[in-house]
Ligand binder design. Structure first.
Ligand code: ADP
Ligand code: MG
Length: 245
């Protein structure tokens, strides 16, 4: 009897979860559909064209992100480490959001040396950075001064990559639940971004850490293995760490 009740409860939460995700995907789909339907009539209207060019790629990116997050939640693909220039990862993420930074008046600062290399799975670390930048932008949505700082510095054989925002910050109880799957405080959130990011960090043998002050802002820091020789040269130690996972 007890087991059946638990099973029913689980099915109910699963149902709610799926409804949440379906809802989440319907919003961008509705927006894209509306643009496509108006296209034959309004194709010559310059304002329509510029709105279409702004919103459709953004909404498609939102859909894509949800699908990527769900796939990552369910699969465990082995990571492939390679020396990568940190600045390249950062720039590849920032170009994705250039239009949005401008539209939302977000000031972006990058503080990283050109010759700093990390030993990472480039695609997956890029994904962590995308999640952190998205969260930072969302946290600043209703703030006056929006500043996003991405910094990278070498410290004792590691490279610390931090994402800082001047957004709404978090209360302690929020902070304690951040990395739970499906934990979100957003009406438009899925709550997988940080869970998956932490999973990716764990696969790299490291962790995502950070600090936050309600009303002031938040910083998340990725600790990555430095791949600069001979200053760092911690690949072996790092490989041992990764083996563990
Ligand atoms: P989602 O963005 O879909 O809500 P995440 O896992 O990315 O899911 O984040 C979980 C929650 O952590 C968010 O809903 C929010 O409450 C909090 N959070 C994450 N990053 C920030 C940030 N930079 N500033 C304030 N709150 C944040
Ligand atoms: Mg998120």
């Amino acid at each position: 009897m007890q087991t059946r009740l638990i099973a029913q409860e689980k099915m109910r939460s699963l149902g709610q979860l799926i409804a949440g995700i379906a809802h989440e995907m319907r919003n961008p789909l509705t927006a894209i559909k509306a643009f496509v339907e108006m296209l034959p009539k309004k194709i010559d209207d310059p304002r329509f064209r510029s709105e279409l060019l702004r919103y459709v790629p953004e909404e498609m990116e939102r859909l894509n992100r949800i699908v990527e997050d769900l796939l990552d939640y369910s699969r465990s693909r082995p990571i492939q480490l390679q020396p990568t220039r940190v600045k390249e990862i950062i720039q590849s993420v920032l170009v994705l959001f250039a239009r949005r930074f401008e539209a939302e008046h977000i000031q972006v600062k990058v503080q990283a040396e050109d010759e700093l290399f990390v030993l990472v799975d480039r695609g997956r670390i890029k994904q962590v950075l995308i999640n952190l930048v998205l969260n930072a932008m969302e946290a600043m949505a209703s703030c006056e001064d929006k500043e996003l700082i991405i910094s990278a510095e070498e410290k004792a054989g590691e490279v610390l990559v931090s994402v800082t925002d001047t957004g709404e910050g978090m209360q302690e109880e929020q902070w304690n639940r951040l990395f739970e799957p499906f934990y979100t405080t957003k009406s438009q959130g899925v709550g997988l971004g940080l869970y998956i990011s932490q999973k990716i960090m764990w696969e790299h043998g490291t962790l995502l850490t950070g600090s936050s002050t309600a009303g002031k802002g938040t910083t998340f820091t990725m600790r990555l293995a430095c791949a600069n020789e001979p200053t760092c040269g911690k690949e072996e130690k790092h490989a041992a760490l990764v083996d563990r996972g």
